[in-house]
Write a protein that binds this ligand. Structure first.
Ligand code: MN
Length: 134
């Protein structure tokens, strides 16, 4: 059927930095269903280590994290030539007017609000990774 995204992940890794277990599980399930390989991290520090280790296609970065927050983690990724151009998506539950603009201005490639829209989620990631969602 036209429009299906089955298997479009093609085994590519996505680092998921998320301290909330339930949110992390949801994202993991959505990614696995489409053939991505989720690499999970509970903190920004673990996430940065995971990025160095597995060279993912994309990073999902929760903004509210214990210790180093998502914006600081983004700065660390952008400061390293090896990860400077990696697609990084901000994920946040506390969306306020102006947050999206602020996060995009900070250098995130995209912004996804929680609760996550499960239908739009993977197509959006594919757009960011492949440019056209295919
Ligand atoms: Mn969080």
């Amino acid at each position: 059927m036209e429009g299906t995204t089955e298997g479009r992940g093609r085994g590519r890794s996505v680092v998921v930095v998320e301290d909330n277990v339930r949110s992390r599980r949801l994202v993991r399930d959505l990614l696995e269903l489409q053939g991505f390989v989720p690499v999970e991290a509970e903190t920004a520090e673990e996430g940065l280590e995971a990025v160095r280790r597995c060279a993912p296609a994309l990073v999902l970065l929760d903004i509210q994290l214990p210790g180093m927050d998502g914006e600081a983690a983004l700065r660390a990724l952008r400061a390293d030539p090896a990860t400077a151009s990696l697609p990084v998506v901000a994920v946040t539950a506390y969306a306020m007017r102006g947050d999206e603009e602020r996060l995009l201005a900070a250098g995130f490639d995209a912004y996804i609000a929680k609760p996550i829209d499960t239908r739009a989620f993977v197509p959006r990631l594919l757009e960011l990774i492949d440019g056209d969602g295919r």
